[in-house]
Design a protein around this ligand. Structure first.
Ligand code: GDP
Ligand code: MG
Length: 198
């Protein structure tokens, strides 16, 4: 029997960084040249299978417009993790990462986040060096920094895999702990029985 997991994942970052495109590419496997702005929040479902587990993902594509932030905040509770995107050709989208971290971690200050530099196919126009992205990753104790291109299909699955593997590992550790404390309780019960025998 494979283990089953359910995760609510947030896809965050400024408008036009490529959130909708990345999620669509991941879910449908196509590059959709979106021109319409995401109004508020959409969510998509996707299942990821690993060797010994099945994860049902609820992917919340959050509209990056500042004026929708009050809506964004409503969708954060219950999230297991987030992909936080910036466009490597847009310095403002990178500068805003700190604000996004603050919003994403309002309810859970340890929310696991993967930092994603999008539009890697446009590397020649990159405004954000790896050094600075890595510093930001460290500063906010993010899981990793990964560059993707939804256009040429680079690291699209990889970035989701990385986050989900991290979450599974984390919940694995939680299960292990629960088992350990159950064992400890069992032992206590035995001791009680032994004690009452005397
Ligand atoms: P969102 O506002 O964050 O949801 O951004 P969208 O997904 O709507 O994308 C904004 C624009 O960036 C669209 O014109 C996309 O076609 C374009 N885009 C998204 N991903 C990529 C990519 O990997 N490479 C390039 N060159 N353009 C991209
Ligand atoms: Mg969008």
């Amino acid at each position: 029997m494979k283990r089953q997991f359910f995760y609510k994942i947030l896809i965050a970052g400024d408008a036009s960084v490529g959130k909708t495109t990345l999620v669509r590419r991941f879910v449908d496997g196509v590059f959709v040249d979106t021109t319409t702005m995401t109004l508020g929040v959409d969510f998509l479902l996707k299942q990821i299978d690993f060797e010994d587990s099945i994860s049902q993902l609820q992917l919340w594509d959050i509209g990056g417009q500042i004026r929708f932030r009050f809506m964004v905040e409503k969708y954060i509770p219950g999230a297991a993790g987030a992909l936080l995107l910036f466009d490597i050709t847009s310095m403002p989208s990178f500068v805003n990462i700190a604000k996004w971290v603050q919003i994403l971690r309002t309810h859970d200050y340890k929310l696991p986040i993967v930092l994603v530099g999008t539009k890697y196919d446009l590397e020649e126009f990159s405004m954000v060096g790896d050094y600075y992205a890595e510093l930001t990753k460290k500063r906010f104790q993010m899981i990793d920094y990964i560059k993707t291109s939804a256009k040429i299909g680079l690291n699209v699955d990889g970035v989701f895999d990385l986050l989900i593997r991290h979450l599974i590992e984390k919940s694995g550790k939680m299960i292990d702990k629960a088992e350990v404390s159950e064992k400890a309780e069992e032992m206590d019960e035995w001791e009680e029985i032994e004690d009452s025998d005397f």
